[in-house]
Ligand binder design. Structure first.
Ligand SMILES: NC(=O)c1ccc[n+]([C@@H]2O[C@H](COP(=O)([O-])OP(=O)(O)OC[C@H]3O[C@@H](n4cnc5c(N)ncnc54)[C@H](OP(=O)(O)O)[C@@H]3O)[C@@H](O)[C@H]2O)c1
Length: 281
């Protein structure tokens, strides 16, 4: 009986598959992909897994014991898409669902939260034993701007002094694998975040140290940040969302001191310096 991973061609999904391969026999892993051609090279069985095709999901989940439902990237359509996946799991006789949600989804002010709250409710209502992984911020969300910040001479954002308990996708993937392959996680909700919260000013200092040049953090109001991002070529909706999430971070929405992620993976989470180093490479 196998483990299936949705969104297996995504950044998190690929890391999960690779870490799973190190823990369980390759034949017991199934990658679900809406674009199976993108999954070549994952080294495991690939089955079609488009959230918009419920019947396809039911047949692709045949023989699957545990489903890792990685939340879809199509914000705004996710409740319906996740409902399709959960319903398909029920019809296919899946015995356990592990779902990647959002840190403190039930109280989070982030615009991303409601779809996760709705999905968690659907997972519970399915009657299938479950584990919820409430993933905090990916460090990469901010460090991906490191090179642009160096080129521009400043890191710009709207997160003020808000502490961000980010962690690498690698660490969240490792937690997912620990839960998928371990025992005693049923019914548990894990609030996952990095061990060492940082501000964007601290991130700018880390970038400065690594490039050997002063790159200050420039905090601007969210509307100004959104228009800077739009002028840099981002679509308006994304610029607005990124600036709103920074504003939420300024109010502490991405902070955490629970250290649940490091307990789950059995080591401290990777420090910010590693994320910055990767982003600058
Ligand atoms: N915690 C955070 O900071 C944070 C940040 C960003 C995203 N997230 C969430 O975490 C998830 C995983 O992150 P990621 O970095 O791996 O995102 P990603 O690289 O964008 O991957 C998203 C995956 O979802 C798949 N997908 C999208 N629409 C689908 C559909 N209709 N049917 C089936 N699959 C579909 C994509 O398939 P294709 O490969 O075919 O495109 C891709 O495999 C995201 O989807 C999002 O919900 C969290």
């Amino acid at each position: 009986m196998a483990v299936a991973v949705t969104g297996a061609t995504g950044q998190l999904g690929r890391i999960v598959i690779s870490k799973l391969r190190a823990k369980v026999p390759t034949q017991s892993i199934v990658a679900l992909a809406r674009s199976p051609h993108k999954a070549a090279g994952l080294g495991v069985e690939v089955r079609p897994g488009d959230y918009g095709r419920p019947d396809e999901l039911v047949s692709s989940l045949a023989g699957i014991r545990t489903l890792l439902l990685i939340s879809s990237s199509e914000v705004g359509q996710r409740t319906v898409q996740h409902r399709n996946a959960i319903e398909a799991a029920r019809k296919a006789g899946v015995r356990r669902i592990v779902y990647t949600s959002l840190l403190r989804s039930d109280t989070s002010p982030l615009s991303l939260a409601p779809e996760h709250v709705e999905t968690e409710a659907m997972v519970r209502a399915s009657g299938i034993p479950f584990t919820i992984l409430r993933n905090g911020w990916y460090m990469e969300n901010h460090t991906q701007s490191a090179k642009a910040a160096v080129a521009a001479g400043a890191l710009i954002g709207s997160a003020g002094d808000g502490r961000i308990a980010g962690a690498l996708r690698d660490d969240y993937a490792e937690a997912a694998v620990a839960v998928l392959t371990g025992a005693g996680h049923e019914g548990r909700i894990y609030e996952l975040a990095g061990d060492e919260p940082y501000t964007l000013a601290e991130m700018a200092r880390e970038i400065s140290t690594q490039v050997g040049k002063e790159i200050p953090y420039r905090n601007v109001p969210p509307a100004e940040y959104a228009s800077i991002l739009e002028r840099a070529g981002l679509p308006g909706w994304l610029a607005a969302a990124l600036s709103a999430w920074d504003a939420d971070a300024a109010r502490g929405a991405l902070d955490d001191q629970g250290h649940v992620l490091s307990k789950l993976i059995g080591r401290p989470t990777s420090p910010l310096s590693v994320a910055v180093q990767r982003a600058l490479a």
